[in-house]
Design a protein around this ligand. Structure first.
Ligand code: C2E
Ligand code: SIN
Ligand code: SIN
Ligand code: FE
Ligand code: FE
Length: 411
């Protein structure tokens, strides 16, 4: 059990997390970790309301995690349950009422809900005690449900949750609800920015943007595995990278239609203008108020840099378009950026973007066949691309192909 001091530290920690974390997935994970710790619970889940359903969105289970090989993830089928009185979570959402159950396999006859033991039998887990609270915003709207399972005593024996736990977990659930609301607003804003870019540039479709983002995350996870990067670090960055990768070409909104939609090869002058989409995109995130802004600016600025230094725009200050101090070439232009001077996420999105561009039809080119694409990427290792990133790309190629099937072009 935690001491009073540890409890107060944890409350502070959770509040700080809620104020700091910009990414909703990361935030929900942190809240679950801390809430589990606080109530010495073995497992916890968050369901978010979507229409008249509860979507099972995040879960942690210490017992099941210990059974997995290190580095492997708990895989849950994302399922949803209707908001009605038949299930525990549904009841809590429907009635905005906290439910404390000492043993889910011995429910009193008076309650309308039943416990669905399907998950237990699939995972060979034994749910015992359960505390389920609604996640409400300041208007009292239910945005989701937080559920913690199997409170434990100091000998790890399962004990009931105490009614005294209710006010505090309600407080956490409400804070989480507010953060969900805020994060959804941010995410919607980003999606609107992307659809604006899409209006401008019909080939930067939602499908392209989703594919490049999903490829980038997959390549990053593979890269992290081979580099022995702790899973926590990867988890922490993954969602920020996904959003940033979706926005890699957002600077194209500033490029004139004549160039953007030209159904032929660009002239030298036109390509010169086109190159500005990198730093113009980065400038949109200029205030750098969060990790998300910083990574997005980095990806927009660096996704056309090349490992051998022949990419663009080089060591440039996106705000002023001037060379960074100490990086001015004899011609007054920014010196080229090469190798690990190019931020990792720029190197990763470069491969993801080119792979997708070559697989796709453009106004100026037909899609390439697979052999030619893979040969091109292989040959560009060490010249256009970071060799380690190319290696990660080939290691997860099968997954990338399945991602491509998930986001087909809407032609
Ligand atoms: P994009 O079409 O999304 O292409 C992204 C990157 O994929 C390109 O960056 C390039 O590295 C690679 N790529 C695309 N198509 C080909 C290809 O046919 N062969 C090879 N070897 N690589 C290819 P890049 O070259 O810096 O171009 C940036 C953006 O500029 C392109 O994004 C596209 O929007 C525009 N662009 C480039 N060339 C042309 C062109 O000839 N005509 C038109 N209309 N747009 C172009
Ligand atoms: C419920 O809360 O009834 C659904 C979750 C579960 O079965 O564990
Ligand atoms: C895309 O890259 O998703 C669209 C380009 C195309 O295939 O027309
Ligand atoms: Fe680009
Ligand atoms: Fe692109």
């Amino acid at each position: 059990m935690l001491s009073e001091k540890e409890k107060i530290d944890l409350i502070t920690r959770i509040s700080l997390d809620i104020n700091e974390a910009k990414d909703i997935d990361l935030l929900m994970e942190r809240i679950l970790t801390n809430v589990k710790k606080f109530f010495t619970a073995d497992a916890g889940s968050i369901y978010l309301k979507q229409g008249d359903q509860l979507q099972f969105s995040h879960t942690q289970n210490d017992t099941l995690r210990k059974r997995l090989a290190p580095g492997k993830k708990l895989i849950y089928n994302t399922f949803s349950i209707p908001i009605n009185n038949n299930s525990i979570a549904g009841y809590v959402a429907r009635n905005s009422e906290t439910v404390i159950i000492p043993d889910v396999y011995n429910l009193p006859d008076t309650v309308p809900y039943t416990f669905d033991s399907q998950f237990d039998s699939l995972s060979r887990y034994k749910t015992g005690s359960m505390l389920t609270v609604p996640m409400t915003n300041q208007h009292g709207d239910v945005l989701g449900v937080m559920q913690i399972i199997n409170a434990q005593d100091d000998n790890f024996d399962v004990i009931p949750f105490s009614p005294a736990d209710e006010p505090l977990i309600k407080h956490f659930a409400t804070s989480a609800a507010l953060a969900v609301e805020r994060a959804q607003m941010t995410r919607n804003l980003i999606l609107r920015m992307i659809s604006m870019a899409e209006l401008r540039d019909p080939k930067e479709t939602g499908a392209h943007v989703n594919r490049v983002a999903a490829y980038a995350v997959e390549i990053y996870e593979e890269w992290g595995r081979t580099k022995g990067l702790p899973q926590e670090n990867v988890d922490k960055e993954r969602d920020v990278l996904r959003m940033a990768a979706m926005l890699h070409d957002v600077g194209k909104v500033a490029i004139s239609d004549l160039i953007l939609k030209k159904p032929a090869r660009l002239t030298r002058e036109e390509f010169q203008v086109m190159k500005s989409h990198t730093f113009l995109g980065a400038r949109l995130f200029g205030e750098m108020q969060s990790d998300f802004d910083e990574v997005s600016a980095q990806v927009a600025l660096n996704h056309h840099e090349k490992w051998d230094g022949s990419g663009y725009p080089g060591h440039m200050d996106a705000a002023t378009e001037k060379p960074l101090p100490g990086h001015e070439g004899p011609d007054g232009q920014p010196l080229p950026k090469k190798g690990e001077e190019i931020p990792l996420f720029g190197r990763i999105v470069a491969v993801a973007d080119v792979y997708d561009a070559l697989c796709s039809r453009r106004s100026y080119k037909e899609p390439w066949d697979e052999d030619r694409i893979l040969k091109e990427i292989h040959q560009s290792s060490g010249s256009h691309f970071d060799p380690d990133v190319v290696e990660a790309f080939f290691s997860c190629l099968e997954v990338l192909k399945s991602i491509a099937k998930r986001y087909p072009n809407e032609e």
